[in-house]
Structure formats: structure tokens, C-alpha cells
Design a protein around this ligand. Structure first.
Ligand code: ARG
Length: 463
């Protein structure tokens, strides 16, 4: 098959060279963006009289036809034609004849691929933004449904202090809010048009870059042709943002896996997102959460691969850059699937409120507040801390809980304690007293929830 660049060569490439160089098996998915960019380019070439109006029209009609064929999955891609660009140009020329050979005037595959990937990445960013909104909506709904439920909050995976379940899940709402900010921010740097940089130095043809940028919805033109054809910073940022979102999903997965284990018994994940065991009939395993946690590692690897790919690239385009595609495709696909799965899985969680309530009686969760109570009896905090430590040790020895101690016993351990201690140490009091902005008091959580609901139900999904 005729190469795009065959003229300079006497011999065809080695079969292994073809195998090494072919990218169409993975870059064919860029076809819709490649064709849209080519249509804009062909229109501009016609408008600027670089090619005739008739050729421009024929090319556009031919490309539109190919776009339909791509959508109908009617194209057989040929790896002998290397990449998506070579394939589309060959199909076009076979269909419309000589005019097809004029499409590549005033451009190179270097600015073409950079343009395609930016258009692709912009659409993926928008899709991820809308999935982040979707998961945030799931969180808000979940938090509202369980607004009365409290459970232990943990540090070091040791029971620490009581929190509302809604407060706990709203922590993830905040993480996804920051993820949204990151994707919105990097979208600005994606949406810059490299086309018109040609191979590296620009083109002598009297092109109109503004027209093409406008048709393709780019915010600005790249300012330096050499940077434009070899910059992949925006993909690194994109992968980093994907890695961060996966890290958030993975942390939450880890937690759901623990909570779903009979050892915790806090939740049961719905059947639709669990699987059974081929040998142990009783098993119901939290595979969705485990897979998301597992896939996170590979998205981290994508980021590491891109950073490493770029560190030795002299200006400008080098063929190494072809290796960026599978990496970003994987990161993007994985984060989108994982977000969608998580958003659907959340409403299937059955919360075991009695088990959470029971857990609140374990682990001396009122200890901090008992120390705080003693400070109101004029005992310095450091001393109060020590006294409560001794009371806890007493409970451990007697195999009992703080709440179960009688006033008499408490007073033997610390004479400053009075009847009022019992009110001070109820879960309701512990929660209600943490009433600073950002804390777990029901009043605060309800207002945080209101803010979250407003944010997520009024936001434009792609911003
Ligand atoms: N398939 C190539 C890539 O992904 C397209 C650009 C090829 N340019 C070249 N000069 N060989 O980077």
C-alpha cells in the first residue's frame, strides 16, 4: 500500500517496522475528531483560495460521508496505512479522487494529531465533569436519606469520635468538588489550537487560523508553533487529574470494603455491584469497589508513563509522542467507568444503623468530651486528659464502657465529676456540641448539605 511519505524511499519498510509504527489499532478512535478538524481545515483552505472552492466542497462532502461510516462502524482500518490520518486520507482520495490529495496542504500530521487529541481531551474532560456532578448528586441524596444516622469517626482506623454518616460522606463530596475544579481549570489549557503550526515552523500558505479555531470551538491559537506540535503538558495534567479522582474513589472503595465486611457490618453493598465465589457458596464479595481500588494503580502508572515519555523529548515532534495515546485513553476510560459505577453503586448501599449505633458504644468515644467536661470543673486539660486515661484503663480492666459507669464509680475515680456528666456524654451531646463551621453537629451538616445540594443541582454539568 502506498505510504503517505513513500516518494523518498527505494525499499518498503520491514514488516516489523510496520508493526512497530502502526497506531491505527488504537488511534482509530480519534476518527470523529480528526474528521471534524479536517473539515474545518478544508473549509478554510477553500475560503483562503489555497485550494479551489469546488475541491473544498468535495473534500468536506467526502469527509462527512466518512464520518457517517465511522459512526456506523463500516470502516476497515488498515495498519499498512499507519494511523488514523493515513487511513482517512486514503479512503477520501479513493472516494473523491484528486481533490482528496489536497486536504493535507498547509498542515502536517504533527499539528493534526495535536489538534485531534486536544479536541478529544476537551470532550473527555466535559464527560468527566458531568460524571463528577453525577456522583456528587448521589452523595447528596445518600446523605439526606441517612441524615439521622451516626457512627464512629476513625483516626488510625481506631474509633475516635462520633460523626454523622452524612458528614462522613460529604467529605467525599468535597474531594470531588476539588476534582471538578481541577478538570475545569485544565480544560482551559486543553482548549488551545495547534493547527496551523504545520510540521514545526508554521506554513508559508496564507491560512486563516482564527477561522478554524472558531469552527472547532477553540478559545485561542497556540502562540508558538514549535511548542504547539510537541507540547503534551495538558495530557499530563489530564492524567494527573484522573489519578487524583481515582485516588479519591479508591479511598472510598477501601472504606466500603471494610464497612461491608461482617467484621464491621456497617453496610451491605447491593447485589448488582458484588459477585459470588466459585467455591464458597456463602460469599458476596465487594468486587466493584475492589476493582476500582485496583484500577487506580494503573491510572497512576499512566501518569508516570506520560511524565517519563516527555522527559527526553527535544523540540519538536518525535515519534515517541505516539505512545501517549493508549495511556491517556486508558486513564480517561477508567476514570469514567469508575465514576459511573460508583454513582450507581451508592444508592444500593443498605445501611445497618443498629450496627453503627452499637459501634458508638465501643472505643470510648466520649473520652475527649469527658476530659473537656473536667476542664469546666477547673481541672487543667493536660491533667484532665490523664485522669480520663486512667478511667479508660479502669474500664478496660473491668471490661466495661464509660457510659456504663455509675456516678459513684466515676466519683471514686475523679471526685470533681457530677451527675451532669451523663448528659454531657450522650452521643447527641457529643455531636451537637461540635458546632463550629465545618464540624459534625447536625445543624452544621444540614446546612452543608443544603449548600451541596444547591451547588450540584444548579451547576452547569460541563463547567
Ligand atoms: N501517529 C502519530 C502520533 O500519534 C501522528 C503523527 C505522526 N507524525 C510523524 N511525523 N510521523 O504521534
Amino acid at each position: 500500500m502506498e505510504k503517505l511519505w513513500g516518494g523518498r524511499f527505494e525499499l518498503p519498510p520491514h514488516a516489523l517496522m510496520e508493526e512497530l509504527g502502526a497506531s491505527v489499532a488504537f488511534d482509530a478512535r480519534l476518527a470523529p475528531w480528526d474528521i471534524r478538524a479536517s473539515i474545518a481545515h478544508a473549509r478554510m483552505l477553500g475560503n483562503c483560495n489555497i485550494i479551489s472552492g469546488q475541491d473544498s466542497k468535495d473534500i468536506i462532502a467526502g469527509l462527512e460521508k466518512i464520518l457517517l461510516q465511522v459512526q456506523e462502524k463500516e470502516i476497515t482500518w488498515s495498519s499498512a496505512l499507519e494511523d488514523v490520518h493515513g487511513n482517512i486520507e486514503a479512503i477520501l482520495t479513493a472516494d473523491i479522487g484528486e481533490a482528496g490529495k489536497k486536504l493535507h496542504t498547509a498542515r502536517s500530521r504533527n499539528d493534526q494529531i495535536a489538534t485531534d487529541v486536544r479536541l478529544w481531551a476537551r470532550d473527555q474532560t466535559d464527560a468527566i465533569l458531568s460524571l463528577l456532578t453525577r456522583i456528587q448528586k448521589s452523595i447528596v441524596d445518600f446523605a439526606e436519606t441517612h441524615i439521622e444516622v451516626a457512627l464512629p469517626g476513625y483516626t488510625h482506623l481506631q474509633p475516635a469520635q462520633p460523626v454523622l454518616l452524612a458528614h462522613h460522606v460529604l467529605a467525599y463530596f468535597e474531594m470531588f468538588k476539588r476534582d471538578r475544579e481541577r478538570f475545569s481549570e485544565l480544560r482551559k489549557r486543553i482548549n488551545i489550537m495547534p493547527l496551523g503550526s504545520a510540521a514545526l515552523a508554521g506554513t508559508p500558505h496564507p491560512i486563516n487560523r482564527e477561522q478554524v479555531a472558531q469552527e472547532l470551538g477553540f478559545d485561542a491559537l497556540s502562540a508558538n508553533s514549535m511548542d504547539a506540535v510537541s507540547d503534551r503538558d495538558y495530557l499530563i495534567e489530564f492524567c494527573a487529574a484522573c489519578a487524583m479522582t481515582m485516588m479519591h474513589l479508591s479511598r472510598w472503595s477501601e472504606e466500603l470494603i471494610l464497612w461491608n465486611s461482617p467484621a464491621f457490618g456497617f453496610i451491605e453493598i447491593g447485589d448488582a455491584f458484588t459477585t459470588g465465589s466459585s467455591i464458597m457458596p456463602q460469599k458476596k464479595n465487594p468486587d466493584a469497589a475492589e476493582l476500582i481500588r485496583g484500577k487506580t494503580s494503573r491510572v497512576y502508572a499512566d501518569l508516570a508513563a506520560l511524565l517519563t515519555l516527555m522527559k527526553g523529548i527535544p523540540l519538536t515532534y518525535n515519534r515517541d509522542l505516539q505512545e501517549d495515546k493508549e495511556v491517556v485513553f486508558h486513564a480517561s476510560d477508567t476514570v469514567q467507568l469508575s465514576l459511573a459505577v460508583f454513582a450507581e453503586m451508592l444508592p444500593t448501599l443498605r445501611v445497618n444503623t443498629p450496627q453503627m449505633t452499637h459501634a458508638l458504644t465501643q472505643g470510648f468515644m466520649a473520652a475527649t468530651d469527658l476530659a473537656d467536661y473536667l476542664t469546666t470543673r477547673d481541672i487543667p486539660f493536660r491533667e484532665a486528659h490523664h485522669i480520663v486515661g486512667e478511667i479508660v484503663q479502669y474500664c478496660i480492666k473491668k471490661k466495661t464502657t464509660l457510659e456504663a459507669l455509675s456516678l459513684k464509680t466515676l466519683q471514686q475515680l475523679c471526685p470533681a465529676i457530677e451527675e451532669s456528666v451523663f448528659h454531657a456524654l450522650t452521643i447527641e451531646t457529643l455531636l451537637a456540641r461540635r458546632n463550629q463551621p465545618g464540624s459534625t453537629a447536625p445543624e452544621r451538616v444540614k446546612s452543608a448539605l443544603k449548600t451541596a445540594r444547591k451547588m450540584v443541582y444548579t451547576v452547569r454539568e460541563d463547567t
